[in-house]
Write a protein of this length. Structure first.
Lengths: 215, 273
């Protein structure tokens, strides 16, 4: 009997893979509603998923956790301009400089309203970067929770987002991750409208792109 | 008990065919693990590849059409542009139909598919795309040797293929040569998507501007190559590095892989029924 049972188990596992592709109507996790600062105009329900534009990163339906341990989908970031970068917290060289670059952009945004722009850091190292670790990192770097969202998710989800952000990365056996350094600006619909490549880049162009969306 | 089983079977209709195989799934080959030195690898030397299963053939137009029947979200004309660009399935008539060329290309590799589409196809079969390391490791094999890296004739044949223009109609997948592992047409049919195509060309974290749009291959990229003679691998790495996940290309197809541990049946989590 046991032998026959394994088949349906396998079958239903396969089913998950297929139907998750087929059912974009499934609602974001309930807890997302509590992450009020992440959404414009309240909780993002299925109806807001329906209005995701063709080139929006919010077409990705993966599940993520914030530094506060909240479950969200990327569509919960919809409604405001988001500045997005990928890092990992045990990274000693490039990532602190990316965070510094993001802060530099942030301080140059005095013309726009604070609540109109969010900053999103996505880890490339979910095994080490738990929500708790992200929280510690946020505190150590004085990343204020009303503006900075730090995200971790499954490897596959991270890779999907990474390829859409044109990020290249490769994990070395020693735990280091070689990666590109890109800061992306998303409009309120989640479409990439500007990318800044490299470290220590003057923030002018990026700031101009953000102001162009909001002023 | 029986009704529960029935429900599961009904629900699983989409993918059950691929999963019904228990031991070695149909048309997959066993690639015995080992180590190899990739063209662009870690400075630490050889890379280890675990034993895995790989599709014997690239996915064909007919197989892809069958996938679309169950997953209309990926139909030509319906797929979101962020997941597949405007040339998606451009060699097909429309929607789910291969069109007038069906007689000629049903059994040929499907091309003009994006990374997202290829990935969705494989996941629907309970599989995944092979990694760059897995793909390159398998492609080292000639008909008779697991590693034909030092076989001049084998190398020359690969080079000859890469220097030929694409035929108007790609040949059936069975026409590719069968390598040591039983995989057909790793070289000689089409280029193929890999799971981590976006991992190529990163040599070190100190490269502050490592990014897709810089022409790294014209600069220090090429000097980091392990075996400068291996121009065919060089071309594959260069090609991968030029891709974005929604790109579709007229000679770029894919085949799926499966990790060994997933291939064996183990009592995993009970499904939520």
């Amino acid at each position: 009997m046991k032998r026959y049972l394994t088949i349906p188990i396998l079958l239903s596992l396969a089913l998950t893979a297929c139907t998750s592709d087929e059912s974009p109507s499934s609602a974001p996790p309930e807890t997302a509603a509590h992450a009020a600062h992440l959404t414009a105009g309240g909780a993002a329900g299925p109806e807001s998923l329906g209005t995701v534009t063709d080139m929006s990163l919010y077409n990705l339906e993966s599940d993520w956790k914030t530094q506060a341990g909240e479950s969200i989908r990327l569509v919960n970031l919809k409604g405001k301009v988001q500045i997005v970068a990928m890092v990992y917290t045990s990274c000693t060289y490039a990532c602190p400089r990316i965070v510094a670059d993001l802060k530099r952009i942030e301080t140059s945004l005095e013309k726009v309203k604070r609540q109109d722009v969010g900053i999103v850091l996505v880890t490339m190292d979910p095994a080490n970067d738990t929500p708790a670790q992200l929280k510690t990192f946020a505190a150590a770097n004085k990343l204020e929770a009303d503006r900075w969202v730090l995200l971790t998710g499954e490897d596959a989800a991270i890779q999907e987002l990474a390829v859409l952000l044109n990020m290249k990365y490769k994990k070395a056996p020693n735990g280091d991750i070689a990666h590109s350094n890109i800061i992306s600006v998303l409009n309120a619909n989640g479409e990439i409208i500007h990318q800044q490549e490299g470290l220590g880049v003057e923030p002018d162009e990026t700031v101009k792109a953000i102001e162009g969306l909001l002023l | 008990m029986l009704s529960r089983l029935l429900i599961v079977l009904m629900m699983a209709g989409v993918c059950y065919k691929a999963q019904a195989q228990k031991s070695l799934p149909q048309n997959m080959v066993n690639v015995k693990g080992g180590t190899f030195v990739p063209l662009y690898g870690d400075e630490n030397g050889p890379v280890e590849v675990q034993s895995f299963l790989l599709d014997a053939y690239p996915v064909t137009n007919a197989e892809y059409a069958a996938f679309l029947e169950k997953n209309p979200k990926w139909n030509k004309g319906e797929v979101k542009k962020i997941f597949a660009d405007e040339n998606y399935l451009r060699h097909w008539a429309n929607g789910q139909n291969i069109g007038p060329d069906a007689g000629k290309i049903s059994n040929s590799p499907v091309v003009n598919v994006s990374w997202f589409a290829a990935k969705a196809y494989c996941e629907c079969q309970g599989k995944r795309l092979p990694t760059v390391a897995e793909w390159e490791y398998t492609a080292l094999a000639s008909e008779t040797k697991a590693n034909a890296a030092n076989d001049d004739k084998f190398y020359q044949r690969s080079l000859d293929w890469y220097s030929q223009p694409n035929p108007k109609y790609l040949p059936p997948v069975q026409q590719g040569f069968r390598n040591y592992y039983g995989a057909y047409g790793m070289i000689g049919l089409v280029w193929e998507w890999t799971q981590d195509f976006n991992s190529a060309l990163l040599i070190g974290e100190s490269r502050s501007d490592a990014s897709l749009d810089r022409q790294l291959f014209c600069g220090s990229g090429s000097s980091g190559a392990k075996d400068v003679k291996n121009y065919v691998a060089f071309m594959r790495y260069a090609f991968r590095s030029s891709l974005k996940a929604n790109y579709t290309v007229g000679n770029l197809g894919f085949r799926c892989a499966q990790s060994k541990k997933n291939a064996s049946i183990k009592p995993a989590k009970r499904p939520a029924i």
